[in-house]
Ligand binder design. Structure first.
Ligand code: HEM
Length: 477
């Protein structure tokens, strides 16, 4: 990929710095002073989740943090979040901390802006239509059944002792396989040889850049980390471009997402995506579409293991809806409690734990002046624990998501998939997949946490278990 490190990001930084100086006399939000010059940089790098929670507790719903030369304002009032994500969405861009991701996914849907983003979103929306997605459900169930078969073999080999797996790693492989089959009709791991490990290096690097507050050597410097990333990126790029080239040559419509993206035209009916644009979108969908869902499922299994009464209810529902046959797309609507369990797991452990923007113009939020250039942080982690919207916020209670309770909360108090025009395009894909994977695996196994593990969280681009998630697998009678 081209090295275009952070030039836009540093332009934004410079503008934020200038604006801060010009804005000295206006009413700015309260917040921690932090360290001289550095502000809260050490806090955000040590424990960002705790930093945002403490900030809200000590300073209220609108909190200003200083990170070296620039300011970030964390907002927690649903009406302000609605303003930023929906009503005045055009006055905000993605924040410069997405620059690390840009190195990987280029100008894909997640990172692009303005008229180009609008065009791409329009082109891609039909590919995520409900009817199209239903066609992917078979892949989701088949891949999950294959994993359950593998667990059965493991259990058979172990005799009386239960097999132990790192469920997080297994779910990452599962969702990666599902994305490969639905996007490309391809077994990515077989075809690509090193694609799995290469993608792990690429993801690790993107995460590293996202949490480093841009304080990293530029990518053209041949540091060991940069060289490792470059080599891995080339493997990923070659595989993705190979698949696109092969498909173009074959002129074959396989009904998968890639075919749909290739066939998509704009309103004139003849402008299609270039190879480069396709490559960026495919990389975006692989990235955005597998890690997030794997995290959501991992946290769900962890919570079910800690709350056996909830697990019993889910399993009873799966038995009632599916009997002994594998789940299918026709069951999705009836797996209601299963859906509420996933919603509640994403409340407590939102995979996209931080949504960031940068103000393009001066705005007022919660009565405070927010100068252009300020970074805006919306933390679903903190918001989903806000005592004004959630009673007993730390408790695990899927029935909070019964329709009669959902209606009593502001729409922008629960944001696992963001909101406004840039809401996750894969929301239904993710929810169908999470339900079907959970139902298929729980129908055949219960997963129990191996005690004595360190359950620290790693808040990088997504919220993941820092040390994996070891679980015993118990086959159901
Ligand atoms: C549980 C799973 C998922 C979660 C929690 C999640 C969360 C999110 C969030 C919060 C955003 C908005 C980011 C922002 O406003 O800055 C987003 C955007 C996006 N997501 Fe997801 N996502 C999930 C699954 C998926 C899947 C399965 C796909 C695709 C197959 C996908 C593709 C995308 C794309 C392309 C965007 C950018 C949309 C745009 O800006 O127009 N996501 N996601």
């Amino acid at each position: 990929m081209k090295d275009s490190f952070a030039s836009p990001a540093f332009t934004h930084l410079a503008s934020a710095f200038t604006r801060r100086r010009q804005y000295g006399d206006r009413k700015l939000p309260p917040g921690p002073d932090g360290l001289p010059l550095l502000g809260s940089i050490v806090d955000v790098r040590t424990d960002a989740l705790e930093m945002f929670e403490r900030g809200r507790r000590e300073h209220g719903d609108t909190v200003r943090y200083r990170f070296g030369p620039f300011d970030m304002v964390a907002i927690h009032r649903p009406e302000d979040i609605r303003t930023v994500l929906l009503e005045r969405a055009d006055d905000f861009h993605k924040s410069p901390s997405y620059t690390g991701l840009e190195l990987v996914i280029g100008k894909g849907l997640l990172t692009s802006e303005g008229p180009f983003w609008r065009r791409q979103r329009k082109l891609m929306t039909p590919a995520f239509h409900h009817k199209r997605l239903l066609g992917f459900c078979d892949h989701m169930v088949r891949c999950s059944s294959d994993l359950a078969d593998e667990w059965e073999r493991l259990a058979g080999q172990r005799g009386d002792t239960l097999p132990v797996v790192d469920l997080h790693a297994q779910l990452l492989s599962l969702t990666f396989r599902i994305v490969g089959l639905t996007l490309f009709s391809t077994e990515l791991s077989d075809k690509a040889g090193g694609m799995g490990p290469a993608l792990a290096v690429v993801l690790e690097h993107a995460n590293h850049l996202a949490v480093s507050m841009l304080l990293v050597p530029p990518p053209w410097l041949p540091t060991p980390r940069n060289l490792r990333f470059k080599a891995a990126m080339k493997v990923v790029d070659d595989v993705v471009m190979g698949i696109i080239t092969e498909r173009r040559r074959g002129h074959e419509d396989t009904g998968d997402l890639l075919s749909m993206l290739m066939a998509a035209t704009d309103e004139t009916g003849d402008v299609r995506m270039s190879d480069r644009e396709l490559r960026d979108e495919v990389a975006t969908l692989v990235l955005a579409g597998h890690e997030t869902t794997a995290q959501a499922l991992t946290w769900t299994f962890m919570l079910l293991s800690r709350h056996p009464e909830v697990e019993r209810r889910v399993v009873a529902e799966i038995r009632e809806v599916c009997g002994d046959r594998p789940p299918s797309m026709g069951d999705l609507a009836r797996l209601e409690y299963t859906g509420r369990v996933i919603d509640e797991a994403m409340r407590l452990y939102p995979p996209a734990w931080l949504i960031e923007r940068q103000a393009l113009v001066d705005v007022e939020l919660d009565g405070y002046s927010i100068p252009a250039g300020t970074l805006i942080a919306i933390s679903p982690w903190t918001l989903h624990r806000h005592p004004s919207y959630w009673r007993n916020p730390e408790g695990f209670d899927p029935d909070r998501f019964l329709p009669e309770h959902v209606g009593t909360r502001p729409r922008y108090s629960y944001l696992p998939f963001g909101g406004g025009p840039r809401q996750c395009i894969g929301v239904n894909f993710a929810l169908y997949e999470a339900k079907l994977v959970l139902a298929t695996l729980l129908q055949r196994f219960s997963a129990e946490l191996v005690p004595g593990q360190d359950h620290s969280l790693e808040a990088a681009v997504t919220l993941r278990p820092a040390n994996g998630m070891k679980m015993w697998l118990r086959p159901r009678a």
